[in-house]
Ligand binder design. Sequence first.
Ligand SMILES: [Zn+2]
Length: 113
Amino acid sequence: MKRIFHRIREKNKAIARERITKLFAMAEEAYKENHELANRYVSLARKIQMKYRTRMPAELRKKFCKHCLHFLVPSKNCRVRLQKDHIVYYCLDCKKFTRFVHKGSKNPKKKAN
Ligand SMILES: [Zn+2]
């Protein structure tokens, strides 16, 4: 019985991931005209991600602010700066920082958030 549930959950997760990437593509498209709509898509994607307990795909993690869930476009509404072994995203909407570990970081202890 447990196995069946596991399989269903894995399937749901795959669907969830697909929907998340689709929502981000839609957000990217919507951002050109309507920022609010783009932010709405991001919050929907985040909701799906949390409900199905999947991880946000790595390439999408930098595309939204984890504090205010706004869609981030470098030079438009976020500032990107490089630190020693971090990439720092500064959200201009909520004025908060999000740090990501550099790919070539030599410290494996630190995890990307
Ligand atoms: Zn923000």
